[in-house]
Design a protein around this ligand. Sequence first.
Ligand code: KG4
Length: 338
Amino acid sequence: MSVIILGIESSCDDTSAAVVKDCVLMSNVIASQQVHEAFGGVVPELASRAHQQNIVPVVSEAIRQAGIKKENINAIAFTRGPGLPGSLHVGTSFAKGLALALDIPLVDVNHLHGHVLAHFIKEDENTEVPTFPYLCLLISGGNSQIVKVNAPNDMEIMGQTIDDAAGEAFDKCAKVMGLPYPGGPVIDKLAAEGDATRFKFAKPHIQGYDYSFSGLKTSFLYTLRDAIKENPNFIEENKADLAASLQKTIIDVLMDKFTKAIKDTGIKTIAIGGGVSANSGVRAAVEQYCQRRRIKAFIPKRTFTTDNAAMIAVAGHFRYLDKQFCDIAAPPFSRVTI
Ligand code: KG4
């Protein structure tokens, strides 16, 4: 029998609801919050208020677009964490209330598992999905991890950042350049016009598969600070080259550990996920590396790189099949607890 899951995502500043039937996407509605733009970053209190305004219309619209009735839903999957506590509370409370009202199971999903399993969102029955085990480079605003995925509900973190995430490196360096938030997509655009070999920034020397981006951020800041002393227009005159050189350094750091993990494990199926996996340079680097070595690479559609409920619904589908249900009293968690 088919399984229909309603997914709800509210971990940060996107309110999203999606319906999947046996992982085939029936709807994916996302309400992004513009209210933060003026503040140069997400304001938690404003985010939770906006989630409260958005959650009912977004869920209703997802059910309407899927062409189903509420009574057809088998389970409700929701992001339990990590994320902003106030934002998570809105989605969690709504999911619990609806599950109780419909008398159906509630499934809690780790947001990061959602990113890793986003490759199982099927546009139709024929969508190709990864085989197990696969290695996923999970890169977002809050995390940078190399995850070995043995099965949908069996993941091991091989390495992760010991300080900043890759997305933070993009965003914080962009802020130093006076670019708007989030800086990642802006750097990506500027980098297309720039010379990536023009500037050199510090790269970390960390053992194993772990990442570090705080040294790079400091090195970027000092380079700019020193250059501005000589030429106050330095940033404006070198915007594209700075962006391209920064992007290349971040990609080199990411690929160094990721390719080490690929070689060491011998795994021939790899994937990328999370907001930074939308980056053109990251996508090209992973594609090129894999093409040369006949490794199968799963690069997500850009819609599924940022926060969305489709990935939560799909991750929830697998937990539902394994009967991993959530207690109605379970609170959200703001930090990673995989
Ligand atoms: O996964 P995500 O939407 O949110 C979480 O952190 O959970 O990731 C957001 C991050 C931000 O740091 C943003 O700057 C970055 O993803 N990002 C990009 C690009 N698009 C989004 N970074 C580099 N290039 C992009 N094209």
